[in-house]
Design a protein around this ligand. Structure first.
Ligand code: AMP
Length: 382
């Protein structure tokens, strides 16, 4: 009996455990909060990431460890990796945790990014604004997610406000200024690399964000045939350069038909949730297969899928449950503004059938406006 340890006990750990049950796996999650939602049905160790006694207990009870949360301190990951197999390796995690390190790596691999500059001081910020120009986004280099730790700068008059908002964090997590990309669309590659170097990617996914948080995903992305080979090759180069093992996501902007890499998430990713019902093998199962050294499963899409994220509160389940295309995921979390509490995936045989199913569901939920860009993309793709 193999026990997989997961650092972080949120919805990603929860969905990983659900995917691992048919493989005969057991799980143990570690989280700083006793309320972490995977703990509702997965055994849990509650402790701070830097608490060696908690880490030691966790290590003694698992055969291999992985992550549902990329901001586990690199030292904690290294402490564990000295004792048990840990995938992805702490070095890969460290690069992906740092927006400056990952963008530098992307450029070294010939992957385009928005222009960027490291910012440690107020003088650096002025120099970065002068070099990169405006509009731009000031972000924390580390520990940011879902649009947190970001300030959008449109005019020079806002430089003071940006520094007031984030300057205090510069000594601890570092800052980066990036040029603001007026993108046409956002896409992501969700991919997996095995312990033997085998590489597979799911079809390119198109994503829509609201307030920096993923709102919806559609896969396979419509009209992306010209972009997909390049995006997949970029993901492969990143994975190979890092000796990466497991699932990861590469988030890309599309501007004037060109790809620009925004960031890499070193874990299963929200833009891959559609793979649970919409692909031969889900991202969660393939992540487990990768970290355990098992053969990777087929990443082909089954029909066409749209995932709708529930942020803040869960809507009424009725419209999704009543739809033949609908699949419901409630993470068992309490409601809180900006918090991902669940999602739904609608999957149908092809895009016209998906459009026919999605329209009535979002109308019944009273959310046509929120998901209008998704409906429009489906309509235009035909
Ligand atoms: P991030 O936390 O970097 O993934 O940013 C969250 C979202 O903010 C992205 O998915 C984009 O929608 C937007 N965003 C982030 N960086 C940029 C940028 N340099 N230009 C335009 N939009 C951005």
């Amino acid at each position: 009996m193999t026990t997989v340890g997961i650092l972080g006990g949120g919805q990603l750990a929860r969905m990983m455990a659900l995917a691992g049950a048919p493989l005969g796996l057991r799980f143990l999650v570690m989280d700083t909060s006793a309320e972490a939602c995977a703990g509702q049905f997965v055994p849990m160790v509650v402790g701070d990431w830097r608490d060696e006694a908690a880490l030691a207990e966790f290590a003694s009870r698992v055969d291999v460890a992985t992550f549902d949360f990329e901001n586990v301190p690199a030292e904690s990951a290294e402490w564990l990796a000295a004792r048990i197999p840990v995938f992805p390796a702490p070095r890969a995690l460290a690069v992906a945790q740092d927006r400056l390190a990952e963008k530098t790596l992307f450029n070294e691999l010939g992957i385009g990014t928005p222009a960027f500059a490291a910012v440690d001081t107020r003088a650096d910020l002025d120099a970065a604004v002068a070099r990169i120009g405006l509009p731009a986004i000031l972000k924390t280099r580390r520990l940011g997610y879902d649009g947190k730790g970001q300030f959008r700068l449109k005019t020079h008059a806002e430089v003071d406000a940006a520094w007031s908002a984030l300057g205090a964090q510069a000594p601890k997590v570092g800052l980066i200024l990036e040029s603001f990309v007026p993108f046409e669309r956002e896409v992501s590659v969700v991919a997996v690399r095995g312990r033997d170097g085998a590489f597979r990617a799911w079809p390119l996914t198109e994503n829509w964000h609201r307030d920096g948080i993923l709102s919806a995903s559609m896969a396979p992305a419509a009209g992306a045939d010209a972009l997909a080979p390049q995006a997949l090759s970029q993901a492969r180069r990143v994975a190979e350069a890092l000796g990466y093992v497991g699932v990861f996501a590469l988030e890309l902007f599309v501007r004037e038909g060109e790809l620009l890499a925004n960031e890499m998430a070193p874990r299963v990713h929200n833009s891959g949730h559609w793979t649970i019902e919409g692909a031969e093998t889900s991202q969660f199962e393939n992540h487990l297969r990768a970290v355990l050294g098992l053969p990777l499963g087929d990443t082909s899409a089954v029909g066409a899928s749209v995932m709708l994220n529930w942020v803040g509160t869960m809507p009424d389940a009725g419209p999704v449950l009543s739809s033949a295309a609908g699949h419901w995921h409630d993470y068992g979390k309490s409601a809180r503004e900006g918090r991902k509490v669940g999602h739904a995936t609608l999957r149908a045989g092809d895009r016209p059938a998906l459009a026919a199913a999605l329209g009535p569901v979002v109308a019944s939920l009273g959310r046509r406006e929120e998901f209008a860009p998704v409906l429009a993309r489906l309509a235009e793709a035909g």
